[in-house]
Design a protein around this ligand. Structure first.
Ligand code: ADP
Ligand code: MG
Length: 352
């Protein structure tokens, strides 16, 4: 059977919904379906490779990988097995909530040195680079603050002010040192939520390329990487409208790229007319209110796109633009809470 063009069907979505009953997962699947509409709009190119796709729940989100084309004798299902095993392996290193993960061990070490896997050391080094580049707007030592926020609480509530001030005083990426694979964190605790998915998406691209894949889509809860082209055409990747996340606001076109968005709609609640969301100021511990509703970064490296999307959101539009102007081959789309949009000069996109 030619499965070309199949991504997430509405039928699959309903099954998943029935199976879990989780509101957030359903919302994420709905958004995947939205991406599906856009991404399947192009025609199929005949190939001996039979398209393979898999969707699962990992990294606290819905993850989906679709292989469209591959060279040589490739069994798509086996490659997908390898990819999902890799996601699990890396999640067990990077999660702050899985006991015994590298990050949990660092957080529990009370300042003592901890030997970690090479991947963890690499990701922490990259995190420090983005912390410096953004002048601390991106800071992975934020966990004392993030644990005080419960974005799914019903009814929602704000953290205690004294506890928040105490937590903020512990946040500083300079408390973290990485020497080879030895990591020391003198104060606070690590949260890689703003960068780990991008790092893992890059690793998955490496796995796919090493297995002869020439066209594929990796979607880790909206953290997108595309390999090659889409059946001879450019990829078209939807950017959600942060003011109404069931609709698209823009479509970004291109090949061989990663597209990552940080927005107010992902995790958060509205209380007394104020939107409290998960993009937090390391200086105040509060959700950043700077007129932005989302920032989308488009570049080749997904770890760069992920870290920069969070960093640029926290920096705000003008400081983010200044930072981006120093970087090569990185484009961005800013959507403001008043619904207006701006983008860097090189971004190829259309508004919806
Ligand atoms: P998503 O998790 O929706 O993909 P992001 O990549 O922007 O979105 O990551 C947001 C997560 O990053 C938050 O849930 C939190 O764990 C962490 N985070 C929040 N604010 C910051 C910050 N200023 N610096 C680094 N990480 C942050
Ligand atoms: Mg990010």
């Amino acid at each position: 059977m030619n499965k070309c063009g199949k991504l997430i069907s509405v039928a699959e979505m309903s099954d998943f919904e029935r199976g879990t009953g989780m509101k957030r997962v359903v919302t994420m699947l709905l958004s995947l379906a939205l991406f599906g509409v856009v991404l399947t709009a192009t025609a199929c190119r005949s190939s001996s490779f039979s398209e393979s796709s898999r969707t699962g729940f990992a990294l606290d989100t819905v993850v989906s990988i679709t292989i469209y084309e591959a060279q040589g004798d490739v069994d798509g299902e086996v490659v997908l097995d390898t990819c999902f095993a890799e996601i699990q392996r890396l999640e067990k290193l990077f999660s702050a909530t899985i006991a015994g993960s590298d990050i949990s061990r660092i957080n529990a070490a009370m300042g003592a040195p901890v030997v970690v896997a090479e991947e963890t050391a690499e990701l922490l080094q990259l995190s420090l680079q983005y912390a410096e580049l953004s002048d601390g707007a991106f800071d992975i030592t934020l966990r004392p603050v993030t644990t005080l926020w419960d974005f799914s609480g019903d009814p929602p509530s704000l953290p205690d002010k004294t506890l928040l001030a105490e937590a903020v005083s512990m946040v500083d990426y300079r408390h973290l040192t990485v020497s080879g694979t030895t990591v020391t964190l003198t104060e606070g605790a690590l949260d890689l939520g703003g960068i780990a998915k991008g790092f893992i998406a890059d690793r998955l691209r490496d796995v796919l390329l090493a297995n002869g894949v020439t066209s594929a889509l990796i979607d880790l809860g909206g953290n997108i990487v595309v390999i090659g082209d889409k059946q001879g055409d450019v990829w078209r990747i939807g950017v959600k409208d942060p003011l109404n996340a069931e609709r698209l606001r823009a479509i970004i076109s291109g090949k061989e790229l990663s597209v990552v968005t940080s927005g107010v709609y992902e995790r958060g609640f509205t209380l007394d007319g104020v939107r409290y969301h998960h993009l937090l100021s390391p200086e105040t511990g509060m959700p950043v209110q700077n007129g932005l509703a989302s920032v989308t970064i488009v570049c080749e490296s997904s770890v760069q796109a992920d870290a920069l999307s969070t960093a640029c959101f926290v920096l705000g539009e003008s400081r983010a633009m200044a930072l981006l102007s120093e970087l090569d081959d990185v484009e961005a789309l800013f959507i403001r809470i008043d619904g207006t949009v701006s983008a860097t000069d090189g971004l190829v996109y259309t508004l919806q």
